[in-house]
Design a protein around this ligand. Structure first.
Ligand SMILES: [Zn+2]
Length: 228
């Protein structure tokens, strides 16, 4: 039976919110996960679940109503551009995800698009693959849904109330965060420059956009951990 798997040994205690999720291959199946022929594929987002999370403020990971606190599980690039495709979660669900299965909760990192039904292809927007090894839990009270260039919806995660940095299932230190953040920022700059090249941007546009990116990077660096 696909769904009769026991949770694998060594996982952290499942938070009550996630206790009723189906289990597949030893892991709880997050609410958002899409199915192919009835089989969950952890890399896929079910567009109906995405819609429900956005409309009814349900938790991305357990599907239950969110309370007053909303936590986005994001990569460091999202700390810069403050845009994600994935709705927020309960804090206990976010903690389970980053502790137990960090590779499961960032489908953008490995999302495949070939040979998939259209409705299961990645969500709106051209997301930059962001799998730098550091994950951020970003609490926000000011997020909003925005239109993506391709007609779908993305989320502006707003200003943070609090940030936690995680790496390999544990809270990350500043020494771990900074180099991985810089690597992500390098990729973000490259993507921006490549796009400006493709668009044959004028020198003025180029200067303006790169300066705006630098402002966003500076803003993100204010949320680094304090020096040890
Ligand atoms: Zn939850």
């Amino acid at each position: 039976m696909l769904y009769n798997d026991q949770l694998r040994a060594g996982l952290p205690t499942l938070p009550p919110h996630m206790a009723s999720l189906p289990v597949f291959k030893g892991y709880p199946v997050p609410y958002f996960v899409g199915l192919i022929d009835g089989v969950p594929d952890f890399r896929l987002v079910d567009p109906l679940k995405l819609k429900r999370c956005l409309e009814f403020e349900a938790c991305w990971l357990c599907g239950k109503p969110l309370g007053a606190h909303r936590h986005f599980v994001i990569g460091p690039m999202c700390v810069v551009n403050r845009i994600t495709s994935e709705p927020p979660s309960h804090l206990d669900c976010a903690h389970f995800a980053v502790e137990a299965c960090p590779h499961l909760i960032n489908p953008g990192a490995k999302r495949r698009s070939a040979n998939l039904p259209d409705e299961l292809r990645h969500p709106a927007g051209t997301m930059v693959p962001d799998n730098p090894g550091v994950t951020v839990i970003w609490e926000s009270k000011t997020y909003s849904v925005v239109n993506a260039p391709d007609g779908g919806e993305l989320i502006d995660i707003g200003d943070p109330e609090a940030i936690e940095w995680w790496k390999d299932g544990h809270r990350a230190s500043r020494a771990e965060v900074v180099p991985l953040f810089e690597k992500s920022v390098g990729r973000l700059r490259k993507v921006a420059e490549d796009r400006l090249d493709r668009e044959h941007a004028s020198a003025a546009t180029r200067v303006e956009e790169i300066a705006a990116l630098d402002v966003d990077i500076g803003r993100a660096m204010r949320w680094f951990l304090p020096p040890e």
